[in-house]
Design a protein around this ligand. Structure first.
Ligand SMILES: Cc1ncc(C[n+]2csc(CCOP(=O)(O)OP(=O)(O)O)c2C)c(N)n1
Length: 906
């Protein structure tokens, strides 16, 4: 396309240049300009001498007017079904473009720009009004790629409003009818029960139906949907085809079909669902609705992660997977995670081929008016960060909605970019069905009370067009009602609410874990010769590049580790990944600066010095190995952790890891931890083997680089929901990572990972440590003399090394320092064995470097219920640590004094 076709303000010099090109080669300019010049004889125009003739100037003014409609037309649309829009200045009145009423009947070549040929100004305006200022408003003129702008102009200006066939019209009506009938039935049977009615936004159902049906035609095989409460039940029944009978059972509050008495389950409008449907064209489409918490927008990155995993693991083509995220207008404008997700959308590590974002915009958020809910013009403005096109469409004009969906999907399939649809409607009732909206929006609700629902509006139109009769309309209503009634009656005999629907096929080979699975970890050893082979390969850089001297040394050190049979943390970690990869398990790691590693211990990606080419030796192990993916993330925790959680839901056979820069920063993603990772299985029976690496440890670096808030995780442990580990040896970390894949069930794993142990001279392992045994939940003190020990010091994490060094210096011999590597599930049997072994021990101490109100102390106290257990810790504190290195040292000294005083039995 020609670079001048999108000039915002037609510039005479630019057009002069364009004209010169046209005279030399008419084909070299865009067709719109070609036509424009063809009908206008500029050849004799001498700009320099004679000035610019008036008719020529006016042509430019008309072009400016056209561009005005293209870029600002969306501000003057009829997209709001129940309220007047705010007034925007300047308007598109022709006077604002230097034109006059007397010009309306003059013919302008500029009509060629919108595909009309030379026509009157009035005809041009009529066309622009029809394209840009009716039920659909489009924001796209800010896009930078001419190809995409042209695509939009063609779609809007050339295609304009499509004429739907009678069959299509009837299908649209059917979906609207189902949406309306569903809500009305529930309103009658379950008065006042929360269902978060879609009424006022019913057009969502034909809209989603169109996305699925058109998607099937455009090659989509899977649709991954995330949405909050509003309209969720209707979507499940009317788009996913979930049997409405089970929804009625959920309204009756039936118990969940889970044999575990402790299973909690969730409210009906949070449960996930997966199903296959056959589209009208005969293609099978898999539909997935992700489970979600109340926390609005939190599901957005999870959906992206699921979709990306489906692309990576199976479909290998972005066009085959369609992520759809449905938002509320208040939530989309207010929640920062939307921005994070938008910013991720085109990144290599996180792209999922473009998401269709739909806002069910009912103009209110609970009781809050849009005027108090955002500073931006539109609730969708955050998406413009990446210059995404945004459609605003009137939900009362259902054909416009369906047309918008077609355009949005076609755009997505063509360009693999995000596209946004702001579906304007209203909310017929209060926030939920027991809520009185007139307290806060009396005027609006007066208007809403009088407003016909979208189904009746459309039915009226179809009757007017002679497509249907009123009687046929009534018959459809009755048939829908009768069908619901039959299923309602049948539902009374159902005993349970079915929970396990979501991603059922993906998880078919995995079972639910039981308490006995955690008594002992499985064997995760790897034969020594294989480890040596893998170690050599991952420490060998391919020839043909020059490498930075320090990196060569680093890899040479890894080779030395093989020769000296003494490895560090990074080597064992890499070997864990390598061994999984050659066994066919993909490994994916993302987080800030993970490729090198925040503390420079990993170097999973090596940059060639000459070309900056990225060398990933973990992908150079064997021809048939699984893929190792590692991505430095954008500087986000919330969305990235959510994404990886979503990825893990779809990838039970691979290891999915998120690493925090420092453990502290995970709390930016607290919602993901609380609402998904810790509680997902108990609410939704979903599995996840997501692994979080949270650097943790007191090294005098201040309040924000010390604590990954172990106490918070431990407080949320129950129902065997996760594993909390604080590993102290490279080998144990190796076994811990491998254990994630070794078993036939999955649990999230949270590793409180070290910083100073990465290079600690005592924190090393041998190849034999990796080639034998399994993960050790408890590591006994190998140096303790059982007969001399009268004190057991239980501890966790790197503090062990500091305490034992200090104990050696003080010649302490009466204490055994026992490491608890896995804090949850608590290895009680193994702790009991320790107790038995140290038969002379009368004294038991829990020693931690964290303040008393943090770390594992209160958890251990509750779990062991031993009133004689003493604690050694820093004093309770509000900030996790001091910022002064001197104070840090002083406090550590105090900690030792307390510890060794207690060990001395004083
Ligand atoms: C993060 C978060 N904060 C607050 C709430 C409580 N809340 C539930 S719905 C709602 C209003 C949502 O408005 P909108 O996004 O416009 O969706 P609507 O309910 O109008 O469809 C609020 C504030 C929540 N669920 N999540």
């Amino acid at each position: 396309m020609d670079k001048f076709s999108f000039v915002g303000n037609a510039d005479v010099n630019a057009i002069d240049e364009l004209y010169t090109r046209y005279t030399n080669d008419p084909e070299s300019v865009d067709i719109g300009w070609h036509k424009f010049f063809e009908g206008f004889d500029f050849a004799k125009t001498d700009f320099e001498e004679g000035g610019i003739p008036e008719n020529f100037q006016k042509e430019f003014k008309v072009i400016n007017l056209i561009n005005g409609y293209r870029s600002r037309g969306h501000l003057f649309t009829r997209t709001n079904p129940v309220r007047d829009r705010r007034a925007y200045e300047p308007t598109l009145a022709i006077e604002n473009f230097g034109l006059e009423q007397s010009d309306l009947n003059s013919v302008f070549q500029a009509g060629n720009q919108v595909g009309l040929g030379a026509v009157t100004l009035q005809a041009i305006i009529d066309d622009l009004e029809a394209c840009y200022c009716q039920s659909i408003g489009i924001e796209y003129a800010y896009m930078r790629e001419p190809e995409r702008i042209k695509w939009f102009q063609d779609s809007i200006e050339i295609k304009n409003r499509p004429k739907y066939s009678i069959v299509e019209k009837k299908r649209i009506l059917k979906k609207l009818n189902e949406a309306t009938g569903f809500e009305q039935f529930l309103q009658k049977k379950y008065v006042g029960q929360k269902r978060f009615s879609l009424e006022g936004g019913e057009a969502l159902i034909p809209a989603l139906d169109k996305l699925v049906q058109r998607g099937a035609e455009l090659g989509v095989k899977e649709v991954i949907v995330g949405m909050a409460h509003r309209g969720r039940l209707s979507t499940l029944v009317n788009v996913f085809g979930k049997n409405v009978q089970s929804i009625f059972g959920e309204f009756d509050g039936k118990e969940f079909d889970d044999e575990d008495e402790e299973f909690d389950g969730d409210v009906k409008y949070h449960l996930g669902y997966s199903t296959d449907i056959v589209a009208d064209n005969g293609e099978k489409i898999n539909l997935v609705l992700a489970p979600n918490p109340s926390h609005l927008e939190a599901v957005a990155p999870v959906v992206q992660g699921i979709a990306r995993a489906r692309i990576d693991n199976e479909l290998k083509d972005e066009k085959k997977v369609l992520p759809i995220i449905i938002h509320g207008d208040a939530a989309v404008a207010g929640q920062g995670v939307v921005y994070e997700v938008t910013q991720m959308a085109q990144l290599d590590g996180y792209r999922a081929g473009g998401t269709v974002h739909i806002v069910v915009n009912n103009q209110v958020g609970f009781t809050t008016n849009y005027l108090d809910a955002r500073s931006s013009t539109y609730c969708t403005d955050v998406f413009k960060t990446t210059l995404c096109p945004v459609f605003h469409v009137n939900g009362d004009d259902v054909e416009a909605v369906v047309q918008t969906m077609e355009m949005a999907l076609e755009y997505r399939q063509k360009f693999n970019r995000d596209v946004i649809v702001d579906l304007l409607g209203y909310r017929k009732y209060g926030h939920n069905e027991g809520d009185e909206p007139k307290f806060t929006q009396p005027k609006l609700y007066k208007a809403i009370a009088k407003h016909l629902n979208p189904k009746d509006i459309y039915l009226g139109e179809l009757i007017g067009q002679g497509v249907m009769t009123a009687e046929e309309g009534k018959a459809i209503d009755k048939a829908i009602y009768d069908d619901f009634q039959t299923k309602f009656d049948l539902s009374k005999d159902d005993k349970h609410t079915v929970v396990r629907n979501f991603l059922k096929d993906t998880w078919a080979d995995f079972r639910q874990a039981k308490a006995k699975d955690f008594v002992k970890s499985p064997n995760t050893a790897v034969a020594k010769d294989i480890l040596i082979q893998l170690g050599t390969k991952l420490a060998t850089l391919p020839e043909g590049h020059t490498y930075f001297r320090k990196i060569k040394k680093l890899l040479k050190d890894r080779i030395n580790m093989i020769e000296s049979n003494k490895m560090d943390w990074g080597m064992a970690e890499m070997l864990a990944y390598a061994s999984l990869l050659v066994d066919g398990h993909a490994v994916r790691i993302s987080g800030q600066d993970v490729e090198r590693g925040t503390f420079s211990h990993r170097h999973a990606v090596v940059k060639a010095e000459d070309s900056e080419e990225e060398i990933v030796t973990l992908n150079l192990l064997e021809e048939k190995q699984a893929k190792f993916d590692i991505y430095n993330s954008l500087l986000s925790e919330y969305a990235v952790l959510g994404f990886e959680y979503g990825y893990s839901l779809s990838t039970p056979n691979g290891l999915t890891i998120w690493e925090a820069q420092f453990g502290d920063f995970y709390n930016g993603a607290q919602i993901m931890v609380d609402q998904f990772i810790m509680s997902g299985e108990d609410k939704w029976r979903v599995g996840s083997g997501l692994t979080m690496l949270l650097p943790h440890g007191y090294e005098g670096q201040g309040g924000e680089h010390s604590s990954a808030r172990l106490e918070r995780f431990l407080q949320q442990c129950g129902d065997l929901n996760v594993q909390i580990c604080n590993n102290t040896t490279p080998a144990n970390n190796f076994h811990c990572l491998r254990r994630q894949i070794e078993r036939d069930f999955r649990k999230p794993l949270i590793i409180f990972s070290p910083k100073n142990l990465l290079r600690h001279p005592r924190a090393t392992s041998t190849f034999d440590d990796l080639a034998t045994g399994s993960y050790q939940e408890v590591i006994d003190d190998v140096n303790a003399d059982v007969d001399k020990v009268d004190t057991i010091v239980l501890c966790s994490g790197k503090f062990f090394y500091e305490m034992t060094e200090e104990a050696e210096a003080r010649n302490v011999e009466n204490a055994a320092f026992v490491r608890l590597e896995q804090l949850y599930p608590l290895p009680k049997n193994q702790l009991e064995e320790i107790n038995k072994k140290y038969k002379n021990a009368k004294n038991i101490i829990w020693a931690q470097e964290e303040p008393e109100n943090m770390g594992a102390w209160t958890y251990m106290f509750m779990a062991l219920k031993n009133p004689d257990m003493k604690v050694v810790s820093r004093r309770s504190s509000s900030a996790p640590a001091t910022g002064s290195s001197q104070t840090h040292k002083k406090r550590l000294a105090a900690l030792y004094n307390d510890l060794f005083t207690k060990i001395a039995g004083k």
